[in-house]
Structures are given as structure tokens and as C-alpha cells.
Design a protein around this ligand. Structure first.
Ligand code: WTA
Length: 650
């Protein structure tokens, strides 16, 4: 597939001589960050940033004071047991009190909290009052099912409002949720349920994607068949197609919500600031996906302040983060962040180009979206349909744009800026990770922008590019991206594996910096340019997958003896998965088997993991200790020099 690169015709009118996009004065004047900067007595962002990293306790206390606490914290940061940092120690809090309850005392009670459109055109909207009713009722249902504070409830749902209610209901009663992306399949779901030891699974009969039904309940049934911990499954009716309901285990959401027990009164449980809010599984460099743990207090402070300053949320805004709630972007910036800020969050169920490539632009026009936050892969995917589709729509409501998930190539940046934002809307290229909870390196509306750079660290964040020994690299030199001091939104540990948390993120550097797993460089202006993952994580269309998971899906097929997966550049997806497979003795290498193996991976893990190509080989490059050298495979595929081969098996 080739991309029609749209050459922006008017670019020079927005760019200065150095190729930098200077912010418009009226945007700077009205920005939340400008108001905060002035309130602290500073006249430039630079001074504000310096103060924030020199006095992080003062800055984060300011941010925490934007929220409501049942009982105030005694200490902003406890770093007595590094890297197990604790934030807002002694504080009593609940994120749901801040996302919902406190708004009910104000005029926001009647403001739209969530607007939703299904792929089939259905429409639902909930005010803060309305969302509180749904969440409270469902929280009572969960309690009646025996869900206790500290339990982990697994959620496997399409992009529908009940997914949001389920997450909030868990948090309200002090239970943690583990949302498993609805595009994942049986094995991925089973593994995550098992690690979380969930007693309750919340799912739906199905969801819509490109006009077809995704059989979520069927996949859940298969996974539950091998999940002894599950006692109860709650099923939302979304598609209405026939699904099996196992008596005594499976219940319809709407049946439970009409029981007398499901009253709309439910006290939000005050929990410790460090109480777990959710587990989110993400791929790491080796082995099983890891359960990243986030907590109520510091996480809430972090995502609310990053959203407030970066996307400059204003009372009248309609904000659309087009990610899936099943990934961290959705957790932080569809569900919790916007609700804490009292914003109106828009959510769309389906594919961006269904039934036509103007679907997204028609949604922007129809709902008057002011802020649109998405991923480079979606931008590239829509760009290739040409300008006529967006040009047919009134996109003048847009004020700010955002990008996340992978480096955005300058062509896609400029298309987004010129064709969608009409040269009026700054693009917030936000670099962050599941582990960081929220934006780490990001512009704000007052930042001069360079297409393809995530610009500078957020307030209170000290980022750097270093060598293997932890020494800072010079300007424009490639190195490891590290964070040099803790921040409130950071992950607290890996569920059931604290050693892995220490080893994976903190031990590679003697000074105990947080190692992100990305390579980057910093230019002479201190702008960060993210290059990509240095470990065995592949970002396919912005989705994070581990080579180890793909390989283990392949070797679970009876024809496969050994497998290796690598990521290679792809013009729309950013990176695509390519696999190398050694077949078992006597098995014939056929195109049919290649297709069968691709389908097998998609079935086991989910359609996003479907390999682009499978190559049959007779051997794989390995180290003497037997580790597959994926970098050698990658260099060969790209026709590059494979580098040092001294550890290669002879
Ligand atoms: C990549 C997604 C370049 C990076 C929020 C990171 C980015 C990984 C950007 C985390 C960006 C995310 N520019 N690369 N703006 N944002 N990444 O955990 O490789 O799904 O380490 O979190 O995505 O992916 P995750």
C-alpha cells in the first residue's frame, strides 16, 4: 500500500526560519499554564520549570491541592525505600470522589460528563449526575457479588459507556480493576485473569468493529474455561446476538442493575493515597506481560495536572481522546483525567474509517470537539485517503491536537497540523508510558513546536539522555532515555513481582534512575527526540506488544519448533511484526501453513498481533547462551550491518 503524501502548501506561513512553530499570542495569553506561571510570580515557562524541579514538594503540593482529600497528607514524598516511592503519605482519598462526587456539589452536576457514539450511530450521553447514578448502582452490584477492597476485577469490554462505569465502580469501593483490551484474545485474557486472580469478570456479548461483531463473550467463555478463579461473569448486552450464559456464573448487567440491591446510593470508600487503583498489563522485554500497579492519590494528582496544563482543559471544552480505554491512554485521559477536571469526554466505539474515511471528521463536526488526541498510526491511516474527506467538514471547533504512542513523522505532523488543525491548533506530542501514568515529555500550548519532537519534560520532571554508565550524552547524541527523579504518577510496582520492578526499571543505572526502555536524543535547545524502543517491545499501530508473547503464541502451534519475532518499519502502522519460524521435522513449508500460522497468532493473542510476514528458516542467530539475537535478524532484513557478532553461537 502506498501513501499519498500530502504536501502542505501553506506551511511557510506558520513556520519560522528555523522550522519552529511559534505559539500564537492569544493561545499563550489564555493558557492555563500562563495563569499558573503568573500566579507563582514567574515571567517565563523556563523559570517556572526550574522552580518546579528545584522544589518538587512545593509544586506537587500545589497540584494535590487542586483536588479534594478526605484527610490531608502528612508528607508529599516518602523516598526512604527507593525505588518504592510513596506519595502524599497519610492522605485519605478516592479518585472517584474527585472524578464524580465533588462535581455533584456544583453546577457541573448537570454538565455532560460522557458523550458516546456507537459505530452503528447509536448515541448516549451522561451528565455528572447521570454517571454517578450508573456508577453507584453498579458499585452496589459488585458489593453484592462479594467484591471487597483490594480485590482485582477483570474487565474485558468493547468501547461502550459501561466500561467506564465498571472501572469507576471498582475504584469507588476500593477494588482494583484490570482492564484487558477488547482486541486481545483467549490466551492473553486467560493469562491476565490468572495473574490477577480475579473472581469477577465483566464483559459484553460483543462489540462492533468495522460493521462486524467481535465475539467477546465467546472469547471470554473460552478463557474462563481455563480460569479457575472466576466465580461470576457480568455481561453487558451490546449487540444482542445469541451468546451462551452459564447458569450460576453468568449474569446480564441489565438484570442486575434492575434488582432492588442496585440502588443509586453508595458511599465512596475513603482509601489510603497509596491504595491500588488498577493493574494494567503491559509487554516488557522478556517473558509474561507485567501487571503495572497504579494507586489512587499520586496518580490522580499527576494525570489531572498533566491534562490541565497540556491540553489546557477549559470548562466549555469537548475533549476527545480517541484511544481505547483498555490501554493506559484511555485510563488516564478518557476516563479519570477528564472527569477529575470536570470536562466533557467524548468516546467513539468503532473504526476511524467506518463506513467512510470521514467518520472521525464528521464526529468532530457533529459534537463540536475542541481537543482531539490520537496516535500517529491513525493520522497516517486517515491521511492516505486524501484531504477531500476532512475538507468536507467544518473542523473549526478544534483548538488543540495531540499525538501519542510512537514517534510522529514530520509528514504526518504537518498534515495533522495543516489539514485538520488548519494551521490554528498546536499539536501536543506527548511521550509517556503505561508505567509513567501520564505525560512525561510534552509541549504545552505555549511551547514553540518542532515537528517530530515531544519537546521538553513536564513541570517537576527531570528527563535526560545518558550512556550505559548513566553519564549525560552531549547534544544530538543517541542514548538511553531516563527520568532522574520520582513523580506522583509513577507505577508503584509490578503485581506479585517487586524484584522485576526493581531490576527492569532501576537497576541498569547505578544511580537509580528510571530507565524508560526508549532511546532518544536531546538537541541543543533541550528538545527531546524519541527514537524508539531498545528492548524487545514492538509498537504496532501504537499498541504495545512483546516479541516473547508473539513467539510463545507461534510455538504453541504443533507445526512450530522455534520462532523469533521482530518489528520492521511500516508506512501506516509505524512498525509491523515479522516472524521467523523453524518447523518441526517433517513438516512442509507451504503458503497455506504460513497463513495458518498468522491466523493462529491472531486467534491466540488478538488481531493486532497478526504477523505481517512469516519466513521459514532452518536456523536462528543465537548467543552462546541460547538467546535469540533479534537485532541480527532485523539488520539482515533491513540490509544493514548487524554490528558486533562476537557473542553469536559458532
Ligand atoms: C512509545 C503509551 C514517541 C515509547 C502512552 C514508549 C512514544 C511506549 C510516544 C510506551 C511519543 C509513547 N513519541 N514514542 N509521543 N508516546 N511512545 O506503555 O516507545 O503503550 O516507551 O504507553 O510508546 O507505550 P505504552
Amino acid at each position: 500500500m502506498s501513501i499519498d503524501v500530502v504536501e502542505p502548501k501553506t506551511i511557510s506561513q506558520f513556520e519560522d526560519e528555523q522550522g519552529i512553530y511559534q505559539p500564537a499570542p492569544h493561545i499563550v495569553e489564555q493558557a492555563n499554564i500562563t495563569a499558573y506561571m503568573r500566579s507563582k510570580g514567574f515571567s517565563t515557562w523556563e523559570e517556572l520549570y526550574q522552580w518546579s524541579i528545584e522544589h518538587p514538594h512545593l509544586f506537587w503540593a500545589d497540584m494535590a491541592n487542586r483536588l479534594e482529600w478526605y484527610e490531608p497528607w502528612e508528607k508529599v514524598l516518602d523516598d526512604s525505600n527507593k525505588p518504592f516511592y510513596k506519595w502524599f503519605v497519610g492522605g485519605k482519598f478516592n479518585i472517584v470522589h474527585n472524578a464524580i462526587d465533588r462535581h455533584l456539589k456544583t453546577a457541573r452536576r448537570n454538565k455532560q460528563a460522557l458523550i458516546w457514539e456507537g459505530e452503528d450511530g447509536s448515541y448516549r450521553a451522561f451528565s455528572y449526575f447521570g454517571i454517578n447514578r450508573e456508577v453507584s448502582k453498579f458499585a452496589n452490584v459488585l458489593k453484592s457479588m462479594g467484591v471487597q477492597p483490594g480485590d482485582i476485577v477483570s474487565i474485558y469490554m468493547p468501547r461502550i459507556p459501561e466500561l467506564v462505569f465498571a472501572m469507576l465502580a471498582c475504584a469507588k469501593i476500593g477494588a482494583a480493576h484490570s482492564v484487558i483490551y477488547g482486541g486481545f484474545s483467549v490466551e492473553a485474557l486467560r493469562e491476565r485473569i490468572a495473574d490477577a486472580q480475579s473472581k469477577v469478570l465483566i464483559t459484553a456479548d460483543g462489540g462492533y468493529m468495522r460493521g462486524k461483531i467481535v465475539e467477546l463473550k465467546k472469547i471470554a467463555d473460552e478463557a474462563m474455561g481455563h480460569s479457575p478463579s472466576i466465580q461470576t461473569c457480568i455481561v453487558v448486552r451490546r449487540t444482542g446476538h445469541n451468546v451462551e450464559m452459564q447458569a450460576g456464573r453468568d449474569y446480564w448487567w441489565h438484570d442486575l442493575m434492575s434488582l432492588p440491591i442496585a440502588t443509586a446510593r453508595c458511599e465512596t470508600v475513603p482509601v489510603d493515597a497509596e491504595h491500588p487503583l488498577y493493574i494494567l498489563y503491559t509487554s516488557g522485554s522478556t517473558g509474561k506481560p507485567k501487571g503495572v500497579v497504579h494507586v489512587h492519590g499520586g496518580y490522580a494528582v499527576y494525570i489531572a495536572s498533566t491534562l490541565y496544563f497540556t491540553f489546557d482543559i477549559k470548562e466549555e471544552d469537548r475533549y476527545w481522546c480517541a484511544a481505547d480505554p483498555g490501554w493506559v491512554t484511555g485510563h488516564s485521559y478518557i476516563v479519570y483525567g477528564p472527569l477529575i477536571e470536570g470536562a466533557t469526554s467524548f468516546m467513539y466505539e468503532g473504526a476511524p474509517n467506518y463506513p467512510y474515511p470521514n467518520r472521525w471528521w464528521s464526529l468532530v463536526e457533529k459534537y463540536g470537539i475542541n481537543i482531539l488526541y490520537t496516535a500517529p498510526t491513525a493520522i497516517r491511516g486517515l491521511m492516505r485517503f486524501g484531504d477531500a474527506w476532512p475538507n468536507r467538514h467544518d473542523l473549526s471547533s478544534l483548538r488543540l491536537l495531540g499525538s501519542v504512542g510512537e514517534p510522529i513523522n514530520p509528514e504526518a505532523w504537518r498534515w495533522f497540523y495543516n489539514v485538520i488543525g488548519k494551521g490554528r491548533c498546536p499539536i501536543m506530542d506527548t511521550w509517556w508510558q503505561t508505567e509513567t501514568g501520564g505525560f512525561m515529555i510534552t509541549p504545552n500550548p505555549t511551547t514553540p513546536l518542532k515537528p517530530g519532537s515531544a519537546t521538553r519534560p513536564f513541570l517537576g520532571i527531570q528527563a535526560d539522555v545518558v550512556d550505559e554508565q548513566g553519564h549525560s550524552k552531549g547534544a544530538n547524541e543517541d542514548g538511553l532515555l531516563v527520568i532522574k527523579s520520582p513523580w506522583p504518577g509513577m507505577m508503584r510496582t509490578i503485581l506479585r513481582d517487586p524484584d522485576r520492578y526493581v531490576n527492569q526499571y532501576w537497576n541498569s543505572d547505578p544511580r537509580g534512575m528510571y530507565t524508560a526502555g526508549d532511546s532518544a536524543r536531546k538537541d541543543e535547545d533541550g528538545y527531546f527526540w524519541i527514537i524508539g524502543r531498545i528492548d524487545d517491545v514492538i509498537k504496532v499501530s501504537g499498541y504495545r506488544l512483546g516479541t516473547a508473547e508473539i513467539e510463545s503464541a507461534l510455538v504453541s502451534h504443533p507445526a512450530v519448533s522455534e520462532a523469533a519475532a521482530i518489528g520492521l518499519p511500516h508506512e501506516v502502522k509505524g512498525t509491523a511484526i515479522h516472524c521467523f519460524v523453524i518447523l518441526r521435522a517433517g513438516i512442509e513449508e507451504t503458503p497455506a501453513l504460513e497463513d495458518e500460522l498468522k491466523a493462529h497468532v491472531a486467534r491466540e493473542m488478538g488481531p493486532i498481533a497478526r504477523p505481517e510476514s512469516i519466513k521459514f528458516v532452518s536456523m536462528l542467530p543465537k548467543t552462546r547462551s541460547g538467546k535469540i539475537m533479534r537485532r541480527v535478524l532485523k539488520a539482515q532484513a533491513l540490509g544493514q550491518d548487524p554490528g558486533d557478532l562476537s557473542t553469536l553461537e559458532g
